[in-house]
Design a binder for this molecule. Structure first.
Ligand code: FAD
Length: 390
């Protein structure tokens, strides 16, 4: 056999179907052509310049709700969706987050828990990228413990009145519809809130040092009146938003493999050309140790993602296995990005190279969709039978 390829050392992609390979190549080409040239400037500016155009482009590629079926969604395999996330996050975690929030959080909530009317009215437009959605679960005082949320929804005749504040909501300021989770007398329920509803405001969070090529917002709901049809009828209790998070985490398991791969390949390239003490730094044993650790991390993470993809395609993926993947792969990507940054020396702290941008993004990726600690506790509970959450 030939020497393995540096970026796919265990030949994981050889197990992709022809359709999955075609999706990989399409997304990779699009990302290289349309996203990579601008991403450092977007990160520098702390925004995505034209989120509507980006949504349209992602919609045309079939990325939104890619593995959902019907209602204008592509109906691809979970593995295909994962591969697409990997190729997007190879450019930037913020761009993969755009797709995760739209498809795996907002659309998945409607697809799983919406009425037939809600599905037909929202999903095709969201799949096409004509309508942008966001997902409001976190609050200023309620993060890892979403059951402590203070946002309330109360009945007024057949209407609902929503009051509360959501925080750290991706795409909140550019969304047309917000999936908002609120406590009611019957437990936690989900609502589809048009963002032009009176009493709804979204304020963009500034001065972030991570996920800068992504819009993050505070949502304020001040007596927002909604018709009874705004309630997601199938979503009762905290399990509903948590099951959506599980969908998005699956994309993260794959996505961070892309971020790690980019950092590793950048380091490999840099180490091969940067000469100190009369030879390329790639020739020093300490650098080779870093590169060996990186290639192991990138490819083991890739294998984990591929295995979870096949389990999910078979309908056999337990949420604690997704926790395993998020926990293991985000940490692996953080190690790789940190090592890649060190190999780049001073150049590594600039936006001329992708490494610190990815490392900073991964701080968010390790935090959202369940922190590293929360997933450690989830795995700990799965293997011991004992909950250490509270
Ligand atoms: P906390 O829950 O306050 O945690 C603080 C620390 O305490 C962490 O280290 C945590 O692990 C630890 N901790 C908490 N509980 C325990 C425990 N039982 N045992 C041990 N340690 C514990 N949310 C949304 O709803 N929608 C979005 O679109 C969205 N997008 C985001 C985008 C960005 C850029 C960021 C940064 C966040 C986003 N979030 C979003 C919010 C994210 O999901 C929360 O930040 C996350 O759930 C953690 O909550 P927290 O920040 O309140 O931290």
């Amino acid at each position: 056999p030939a020497v393995p390829a540096p970026d796919d050392f265990l030949a994981v992609d050889a197990a992709l179907t022809a359709e999955e390979t075609a999706i990989r190549d399409t997304v990779r080409d699009f990302a290289a052509r349309e996203l990579l040239p601008g991403v450092a400037d977007w990160f520098d500016a702390g925004t995505i310049p034209d989120p509507r155009a980006l949504a349209k482009a992602f919609g045309e590629l079939g990325l939104f709700g890619m593995h959902l079926s019907g209602y204008g969604c592509a109906g691809a395999s979970a593995t295909a969706y994962g591969v697409a996330c990997r190729e997007l996050e190879a450019v930037d975690s913020g761009l993969r987050s755009f797709v995760s929030v739209q498809g795996s959080l907002a659309m998945a909530a409607i697809h799983k828990y919406g009425s037939e009317e809600q599905k037909t009215s929202w999903l095709p437009r969201m799949a096409a990228g004509e309508v942008i959605g966001c997902f409001g679960l976190t609050e200023p005082d309620s993060g890892s413990d979403p059951g402590s949320m203070r946002t309330r929804a109360r009945r007024d005749g057949s209407d609902w009145i929503l009051d509360g504040t959501k925080m750290w909501i991706t795409n909140g300021s550019v969304a047309d519809v917000a999936v908002v989770w609120a406590a009611t007398d019957d437990g936690i329920r989900g609502f589809l809130v048009p963002t032009d509803a009176p009493g709804f405001t979204a304020n963009t969070v500034h001065r972030k040092l991570s996920l800068r090529a992504s819009i993050t917002s505070e949502l304020v709901l001040d007596g927002v009146r909604l018709p009874g049809t705004a309630l997601l009828p199938g979503a009762t209790g905290l399990g509903a938003p948590l099951s959506c998070l599980n969908e998005a985490r699956f994309g993260i398991v794959w996505g961070v493999v892309g971020a790690a791969r980019t950092c590793y390949l950048a380091a490999l390239d840099y180490a091969g050309t940067r000469v100190q003490f009369g030879r390329p730094i790639a020739g020093f044993q300490l650098t080779q140790r870093k590169l060996a650790d990186m290639v192991v991390d990138v490819n083991q993470a890739g294998l984990t993602a591929a295995r979870l993809g096949r389990l999910k395609d078979a309908g056999q993926c337990h949420h604690t296995q997704v926790s395993f993947g998020k926990f293991a792969n985000v940490a692996a990507a953080q190690r790789v990005a940190a090592a890649a940054r060190s190999i780049h020396g001073a150049n590594g702290i600039t936006l001329e190279y992708p490494v610190l941008r990815h490392l900073l993004n991964l701080e968010t990726v390790a935090t959202y969709e369940g922190t590293e600690e929360v997933h450690a506790l989830s795995i700990g509970q799965a293997v011991t039978g004992l909950s250490a959450f509270r």
